[in-house]
Design a protein around this ligand. Structure first.
Ligand code: PEP
Ligand code: MG
Length: 591
């Protein structure tokens, strides 16, 4: 598919082929994108779909067979190279993948499909995978049901092996004019888009604070999740408008609508340009109270945009993204280099490195221990305790990086005092190893905890006694307080940062931390939403961490905020006993 440049749109008679229609979802990342739809068949890879001539069938089957053979070789090689320190499941997982690959359902049936349907090998394989995955979904046993993820991973490997070996149409040429339409993306898929320059993304599934949506926001691209039927209803190359703020997708817009959105788009661009002037302005409220605005990053390269936005440090480095999209685990040295790169690039600004938050929607090959309810299962620090070698490796890498700048260590999903104690034991063990080898590290490294489980928010004294600082992860705090899976679009409408229970927990955590004299930040998505800036200031928050893309808009709001007024209205909002009243007061606060 090779999309024409956008200025051709208006004169291209093909574009108006189908009637215009609109789909509504949840706006995951603001801004407006206008471009051609590019449908992505599987989550991970763009799969070309085309018919082949009868005399091409044998060659196509050969292409498929050699990809399978190549992947078999890769799996055997990987199995042989599993290090002794790798999690126990690693080897078993590779064996399982080998078995899946060798099953005739995957290695034989697609050959028949190529012959019968005269379709390309990628399409045959994906169709077979979809059939298998549907069968897995019917299995009652949760463990077996989840093996569908393994089937997908094996298929993705084979697809990768086939890439470049067919007559597949090239990837869209003018990426900046392309809107990617998919049924779903995993956070791992989304991070791969950092290497592309698409205009926007829309998906059928997902909630606005899923990690997929968070990464979309960090890309600064308009995105909509939870559209339900976009993948089915939108056709390849149709002209679409993504209104990421409103969560509206307009397919085949008419001239008038197109014109309106072009105007809106330019107005937003001008606004963004203007905001850039604030990058070097210190953030403080109208009365001169300084406010820390820091950046959330996923990969070391993101520090570039953190610095551009004038962030006063990294408030959250989601290190688990270093572990995605690969079949092995990053070694201590590899991690150390990544952390050091971020720390050095930030110069004397602090970099808050969060220990692995794997599990739930971020799974790593070979160590997927999702369990029946992944968000409540072996996730984040619980996962690390279950994989001590992996945890110790990361702790050593972070400690080593601490010799090169101002590193702070942040631990996710803590709920119990004994978990904090155990973190310190592991940390000591990591320090001892480095001491024994004479490796330098910062002996005064600060250790903080994320408050993202209601139990933690209700027991802050227990945390501040043991830790140097706190960071409130509102994404999870809201998920766990309101009992809604943040990745599930079916319950996305219940996700409400203004729910009184959420506000009580956030305000209470800030109050208790301030009282104990311990720094407290918010690093969940609430911190990057201008609508909540004054509310959080009014609760006493002085440290915010968010995507670099959001930082300047939040700074502008801080610069225009009156603390006394914010405090008065925030305490009225806390006492409000009706959602309507809350919204009305918030409207006044933001006026
Ligand atoms: C949060 O839960 O608010 C948070 C910042 O962590 P994550 O989004 O990575 O779960
Ligand atoms: Mg979290």
């Amino acid at each position: 598919m090779d999309s024409p440049p956008l200025d051709v749109i208006r004169t291209d008679p093909q574009v108006a082929r189908h009637a215009s229609f609109t789909l509504h979802g949840s706006g995951a990342s603001g801004g407006i994108a206008i471009g051609y739809a590019h449908l992505v068949s599987t989550a991970r890879l763009e799969v070309p779909q085309y018919e082949i001539a009868p005399d091409e069938i044998d060659g196509e089957i050969e292409r498929f067979d050699s990809a399978v053979t190549q992947v078999r070789g890769e799996l055997v090689g990987l199995r042989a190279s599993v290090p002794a320190s790798a999690p126990a499941e690693m080897g078993a997982f590779l064996d399982l993948h080998r078995m899946i690959l060798d099953d005739s359902m995957l290695s034989e049936t697609p050959r028949e499909l190529i012959r019968e349907r005269r379709c390309n090998a990628e399409l045959a394989l994906v169709q077979q995978m979809e059939m298998l995955v549907a069968r897995f979904e019917e299995i009652e046993d949760p463990y077996l049901r989840e093996r569908k993820a393994d089937v997908r991973q094996v298929v993705e490997r084979v697809l990768k092996a086939m890439l470049g070996t067919g007559h597949a149409p090239p990837a869209p040429a003018h990426e900046e004019n392309v809107v990617v339409v998919a049924h779903d993306f995993s956070p791992a898929d989304m991070i791969l888009f950092k290497q592309h320059q698409f205009a926007g993304f829309v998906t059928d599934l997902g909630g606005v604070t899923s990690h997929t949506a968070i990464v979309a926001r960090s890309l600064g691209l308009p995105a909509i999740v939870g559209l339900h039927h976009a993948r089915q209803m939108v056709r390849e190359n149709e002209l679409v408008i993504v209104d990421g703020a409103e969560g509206v997708l307009i397919v085949n817009p008419d001239e008038r609508v197109l014109g309106e959105y072009r105007l809106k788009q330019s107005a937003l661009q001008i606004e963004r340009q203007k905001l850039k002037r604030l990058a070097s302005t210190p953030a403080s409220t109208l009365d001169g109270t300084p406010i820390e605005l820091q950046a959330n990053i996923e990969l070391p390269d993101d520090v570039e945009s953190a610095l551009e936005s004038g962030a006063s440090g990294v408030g959250l480095f989601r290190t688990e993204f270093l572990f995605l999209n690969r079949d092995d685990l990053p070694s201590e040295d590899e991690q150390f280099e990544a952390y050091r790169a971020a720390v050095e690039a930030m110069r004397d600004q602090p970099v808050t490195i969060r220990t692995l938050d794997l599990g739930a929607d971020k799974t790593v090959n070979g160590a997927d221990r999702g369990g029946p309810n992944p968000a409540l299962g072996l996730r984040a620090i619980r996962f690390c305790f279950a994989e001590p070698q992996m945890f110790l490796t990361q702790l050593r890498a972070i400690l080593r990086a601490s010799a090169y700048g101002r590193v702070r260590l942040l631990v996710p999903m803590l709920a119990h005092a004994h978990e904090i104690d155990l973190v310190f034991q592991y940390l000591q063990q990591a320090r001892d190893t480095l001491e024994a080898m004479n490796v330098p590290y910062d002996r005064a490294l600060e250790v903080g905890g994320m408050v993202e489980v209601p139990a933690a928010a209700l027991a802050v004294p227990l945390f501040v006694k043991r830790l140097d600082f706190l960071s409130i992860g509102t994404n999870d705090l809201i998920q766990y307080t309101l009992a809604i899976d943040r990745t599930d679009d079916m319950v996305a409408h219940l996700y409400d940062p203004l729910h009184p229970a959420v506000l009580q927990l956030v305000a209470g955590t800030i109050r208790s931390a301030v009282k104990a004299g311990k720094p407290v930040a918010v690093c969940g998505e609430m911190a990057g939403e201008v609508a909540y800036t004054r509310l959080l200031l009014g609760f006493g928050l002085r440290q915010f961490s968010m995507h670099p893309m959001q930082l300047l808009a939040v700074k502008q709001q801080v610069l225009r905020s009156d603390l006394t007024e914010a405090e008065a209205l925030a305490s009225r909002i806390l006492r409000a006993d009706d959602p309507e009243k809350t919204r009305q007061l918030l409207g006044r606060l933001n006026a």
